[in-house]
Design a protein around this ligand. Sequence first.
Ligand code: PGA
Length: 262
Amino acid sequence: MSDRKPFVGGNWKMNTNRSTGSDLARGVTDGLLHEGGVEVAVFPPFPYLLTVRSILRDRGSSVRLGAQDMYHQGDGAYTGEVSGAMLRDCGVQAVLCGHSERRHVMGEKDELINKKLRAALEAGLDAVLCVGETLEEREAGHQDIITSRQVRTGLAEIPGSLAERLIIAYEPVWAIGTGKTATPEDAQAAHAQIRGLLERMYGKDVANRVRIVYGGSLKPDTAGAIFAEPDVDGGLVGGASLNAADFVAICKLAAASARGSV
Ligand code: PGA
């Protein structure tokens, strides 16, 4: 247990439509109405941000609104991209940077991800830096080297004073959308290693304040044991976040774990 308030994000990816996304947002807000022990954010696709924002606002929900990506430039000739200021204008409070699918499907590199992260924080958004090794990298024994590089480069030039607005999501690529969850021990080992690196970069105080969340096939029946690990401060949920009851259950497990009641 730590002083860090757990965080759970629901990454809807390229799923839902205006109707199912609205139902999902309503289900999540209603399910979490009386749950103050966890910070929760949903990350709908861009076209539905305003719709979801209205639902969260109308219900007075504490669930935060997130976006799945952004571009680091301000405005200008960048067809297809959106800026941090545009996201803020739409009520967005947090953004994912360097999600595994951005890295491996769209080919984003650490340097670009760092630019996005810096621009997100400068725009006043909270930022979730996603890192994690592929199966080949893990099997070659390179998990530590890969995630260290992703964290170091991703956080280049970001001051420790922004620790509260930064979340690191450790998401082993082999666990995302595969139904294979890391064991609690493997997750703890990776999180402890990342926190150790943060300590070397920023000192103990900052390292203790940054939340490090786990992602990769989290489900209500696997999340509790992972959240119980001391360096796991919640989760980033893909598939299971598309089902309001499952997502709410996972959020409640994170809150219970922080209270020490599981
Ligand atoms: P998953 O996705 O829960 O479907 O594995 C997690 C993520 O990509 O953030």
